[in-house]
Design a protein around this ligand. Structure first.
Ligand SMILES: [Mn+2]
Length: 318
């Protein structure tokens, strides 16, 4: 059987989901994707071209929410491929629309959790390796990272992942990392050397970014706007930003209009804001998307976020 694993590229949960898949299927090919349409088209292409192979295919997608705008193309791809005797498992903890679930559930085994209490790695563990002590440990570490519970130590993998995403060969680097983790290696000499290089780049960028912070009061929220950097791991850095500013919400913005949202308390859900952005998604603690307005003007970013928060707070208070 040919096994292909598609997983989220940008965090511990995504990489660990893939590693758990690799413990179960060491022969699997791995793909690491983001939320752009092109990424989802990679899934569709892989499924489409596999129909020609004689061997049976198993496709596992993990830690990626569904892109509803691609529903009909996914549906026909699944349908054709099912006829070729292929199998699909989609494991996810982001919210799925009822319509999508209804439309795809006869082609795909859906392992979804929308309780907001599990990460994708835990669902992968339960579905693929229930009872395996090492996979359980990985799932648990991913949970600690995803839910910011800080109840156990994790080597600086979130930052190593952030660092690797900056390279042209990020795919090879992430894939190697996922294989190491599948083999029980959570830290080694290569990671240690990479981390030292990374720290220099990160600290230079941190200084620059902290000089440019903007804080704005929107309704009852203090919102801090922070320039993002490819060398800064947003969730970890957001804690530093919160302790410096005592803001309720942090909006990290990049040149391309990409926004990451983190919160300091439960006054607002990050994904509620993100759902008003282009391709927005995520969960209560962390979410992201792309703004509609010109991303080169901070004022535009601020007023778009302001509009969204007014809308959300208005609909709650009135
Ligand atoms: Mn996740």
């Amino acid at each position: 059987m040919r096994v292909t694993l598609f997983s989220h590229e940008s965090d511990v949960d995504g990489i660990f989901s893939s590693s758990i898949g690799l413990i179960r299927y060491p022969q699997a090919r791995t793909f690491f994707l983001d939320y752009r349409k092109e990424s989802f088209m990679k899934i569709i292409n892989q499924i489409f071209f596999s129909n020609e192979s004689q061997e049976k295919n198993l496709f596992i997608v993990s830690d990626l929410g569904f892109n509803d705008s691609l529903l009909s193309i996914f549906k026909s791809t699944f349908q054709n491929s099912k006829n070729a005797n292929n199998e699909f498992i989609w494991v996810d903890h982001h919210p799925w629309s009822k319509n999508t679930i209804d439309e795809v559930s006869s082609f795909v085994e859906l392992i979804l959790d929308n309780s907001g209490s599990k990460c994708a790695s835990e669902l992968m563990y339960e579905r693929l390796l229930s009872g395996n002590a090492y996979a359980y440990h990985l799932a648990n570490l991913a949970h600690t990272t995803d839910f910011f519970t800080k109840n156990q130590y994790l080597s600086p993998l979130p930052e190593i992942i952030r660092y690797y995403l900056n390279f042209n060969d990020s795919y090879e680097r992430l894939s190697k990392l996922a294989h190491k983790i599948a083999n029980g290696i959570l830290w080694d000499i290569d990671m240690s050397e990479d981390y030292t290089r990374y720290e220099t780049l990160r600290d230079t960028d941190k200084k620059r970014v902290l000089n440019d912070l903007k804080i704005k009061k929107i309704n009852d929220l203090n919102v801090v706007f922070v320039k993002s950097s490819p060398y800064i791991q947003t969730s970890i850095f957001s804690e530093e930003v919160f302790s410096l500013t005592n803001a309720d919400v942090a909006i990290f913005y990049g040149k391309n209009g990409k926004i990451s949202i983190r919160r300091n308390n439960d006054k607002i859900d990050c994904n509620a804001i993100a759902l008003n952005l282009i391709d927005g998604g995520g969960h209560k603690f962390a979410a992201g998307g792309t703004i509609h307005s010109d991303p080169n003007q901070l004022d535009n970013i601020i007023s778009e976020i302001e509009g969204i928060i007014h809308k959300l707070k208005g609909s709650i208070n009135n």
